[in-house]
Design a protein around this ligand. Structure first.
Ligand SMILES: C[S@@+](CC[C@H](N)C(=O)[O-])C[C@H]1O[C@@H](n2cnc3c(N)ncnc32)[C@H](O)[C@@H]1O
Length: 206
C-alpha cells in the first residue's frame, strides 16, 4: 500500500489501530529508562504516545499525514514530534536511544533498508525493537497481511542487520491473543479469542 492508500484507510475510520500501545511493544519496553525515541511507521502513534506518557521524547514518523494528524490530536500536550516521511529513507537529526518499528510490513528489499536505517539511528547502547506479523501467521494465525512477500521471521530481520554491530537480546516468534466479534459464536457474547503470530526482534547497538 502506498501513502495515498494508507491516507484513505486512516480517513475512513475514527481509529484504525488501538488507543493503547501494542501489547508486545509495551511489555518489551516497560523496563527501559526514558530518553529519545523514534517510532518508525507510527501510524496514529499509539506506541509513540505511550512512550511520551512514560517520559520519553518521541518522534513519530509515517508517510500518512492523515494518520499523523489523528495521532497529534490524541497526543495533546505530550512530547511527540510528528514527521511525515518515508520510513525507508528518513534519518533523525542526531542519534537516539530507542527505535520502535511495529507492523511495518514491506517487501524484503525495502524492509532491509528500513531495518538497517533504523539501527543506524541508534547511539551506541541504544535499542531497536521490531514487532511484525510473522510469516507463519498466514497459515497458523489470524489477521494481518495475506501477502507472504511482506511477512517476515525474526531470522529475516537478523539477516537484514548482517555486518552491523548488533547484540541480540531477543529474536523469536511470539503469540499474541486477539479478540474479535464473531456473531456465529454465542459464548462470551460473540467474543472469539484467536492467536496471531508475530515476530519480535530486540537488539542493542554496540
Ligand atoms: C500496520 S500500520 C502500523 C502502525 C503503527 N506502527 C502501529 O503499530 O499502530 C503500518 C504503518 O506503516 C506506514 N507505512 C508503510 N510504508 C511506509 C513507508 N515506506 N514510510 C513510512 N510509513 C510507512 C503506514 O502508513 C501505516 O501507518
Amino acid at each position: 500500500m502506498d501513502a495515498r492508500a494508507w491516507d484513505a484507510k486512516y480517513a475512513a475510520s475514527e481509529l484504525v489501530w488501538s488507543r493503547e500501545p501494542n501489547q508486545l511493544v509495551a511489555a518489551e519496553l516497560a523496563d527501559l529508562s526514558p530518553g529519545t525515541a523514534v517510532d518508525l511507521a507510527a501510524g496514529e502513534g499509539r506506541n509513540a504516545i505511550w512512550l511520551a506518557a512514560r517520559g520519553w521524547s518521541a518522534t513519530a514518523v509515517d508517510f500518512s499525514q492523515v494518520a499523523l494528524d489523528k495521532g497529534s490530536r490524541l497526543a495533546g500536550d505530550l512530547d511527540v514530534t510528528w514527521v511525515c516521511a518515508d520510513a525507508t529513507a528518513w534519518t533523525p537529526p542526531g542519534p537516539v536511544d530507542l527505535v520502535v518499528i511495529a507492523y511495518l510490513q514491506l517487501p524484503a528489499e525495502e524492509r532491509r533498508r528500513s531495518v538497517r536505517g533504523a539501527f543506524t539511528m541508534l547511539r551506541p547502547g541504544g535499542t531497536l525493537l521490531l514487532v511484525a506479523h510473522d510469516s507463519t501467521n498466514l497459515t497458523e494465525g489470524t489477521g494481518g497481511p495475506q501477502d507472504p512477500a511482506v511477512l517476515m521471521t525474526a531470522d529475516d530481520v537478523l539477516a537484514d542487520l548482517a555486518g552491523l554491530e548488533v547484540e541480540v537480546v531477543r529474536a523469536e516468534r511470539v503469540a499474541r491473543e486477539v479478540r474479535s466479534a464473531d456473531p456465529s459464536h454465542h459464548e462470551h457474547g460473540g467474543d472469539v479469542r484467536r492467536t496471531a503470530w508475530d515476530c519480535v526482534v530486540r537488539v542493542v547497538r554496540h
